[in-house]
Design a protein around this ligand. Sequence first.
Ligand SMILES: O=C(O)CCC(=O)C(=O)O
Ligand SMILES: [Fe+2]
Length: 325
Amino acid sequence: MSSRQIPRISLRNFNERKDEIGREIIQAAENVGFFILFDQERPSQQDIEEMFALSTRYFSLSNSIKSQYPFIREHNAGWEKNAQIRPSTGVADPKESLQLQYFRRDTYWPRDLPTIPEFRERCLEFMQSVHDLSMKILTFFAVALEFPPDYFARAHELSFEDCLSTLRLLRYHSLEIDKDIDVPKPKWRAGAHTDFDVLTLLFQESGGDGLEVCPGREAHTSFALGDEWTAVPAKTGEITVNIGDMLMAWSDDRFKSLYHRVRIPGPGDSLNARNSMAYFNQPRPHTVIQGPAHKYEAMTASEYILNAMIRYYRPTHGSEGFTAN
Ligand SMILES: O=C(O)CCC(=O)C(=O)O
Ligand SMILES: [Fe+2]
C-alpha cells in the first residue's frame, strides 16, 4: 500500500475562500486525480445521512419490486444485482445498484414504491444539491482550462431534456453470512476501473473502508498503471471527488482520471454491507469534447460514451485488476 496522501480540501466559507479552494482543487486534480471535500454547506451531513437511510430502505425491498426497473446497458440506467462484470476481474461485483439518470426521471425511475412513496422526490432533491456543488467545482476547471467560467455548467444543465447526469445508489453485500462457510470468496467488492464521466462525487459511509486508487495514469486512452494502491478513507458527510475520463480528455490529459477499486474487508474490518452513492456528471450528448491544446480529435459526449462502453465492456487479458472498467 502506498503512503501517498489523498488531498483533503475544506469548503468552509466558500465564497470568501473561493480562490484558495480553486487552487487546491486544480492542484489535486493535476497531481492526484482524487480529493476529499468537507465542510460543504450542501449537501449537508444530515442530507447525506438521510439519503443513505433512504437508499437502505430501497435496497431492503424485494427483488421482484426492484426488478420492475431492470438495468438496461444501452441506457446505463436501472437496477442490477450481481450483474456488473468488470473486465479487470472477469466476475460480477458482489453488489446491487440503482442508476437514476436525471432526464429519465419521468419514465425510468421506480415509482410508487411500497413504504417509500417519497423516494423519487428525495432523490431529485439530493441530485439537485449535488449538481449545484458539482457546478461550483467545474467552474474552477473551466477557468483553469481558459474556457468561459460557465462552460461546463452549460454542458450539464439539469433543466435540459437530455441531461445525462446520473445518481447511482450502491450496496455491496454483507459478507457475514458466508464467513464460516467454505465457499469461494470474492476478491473485490468493485473491480478496478476508471469512470468515463467528467467528474464523480462519491459519498462513502463511516465504517465502509475499502476504496483504493492507483496513481500514475498518463493518457485518458491508456489502461495502465502501476501497482501502488492508496486507501481513500470512508467518512459519512465527506465527499470523495474523482476526475473521469472525459475531463481527462477535455484537459488534454492534464487532470488525471485514475483507476480505483473497492477491496473486500481485511482482517479486523467490518463484514457488514457497504453502502455508497456516486453522482456522475455527464455532459449532454451533443457537447463537443476537445481540450484547449487539441491533443485529441474533437468528439461528442455521445461518441465518447459509446466508445467507452465498447472499450470497457470488451474482455481484455491484462494481469488481474489492471485492465479496463
Ligand atoms: O462504492 C465505491 O466506493 C466506488 C464506486 C465506484 O467506483 C463506481 O460505481 O464507479
Ligand atoms: Fe468508479
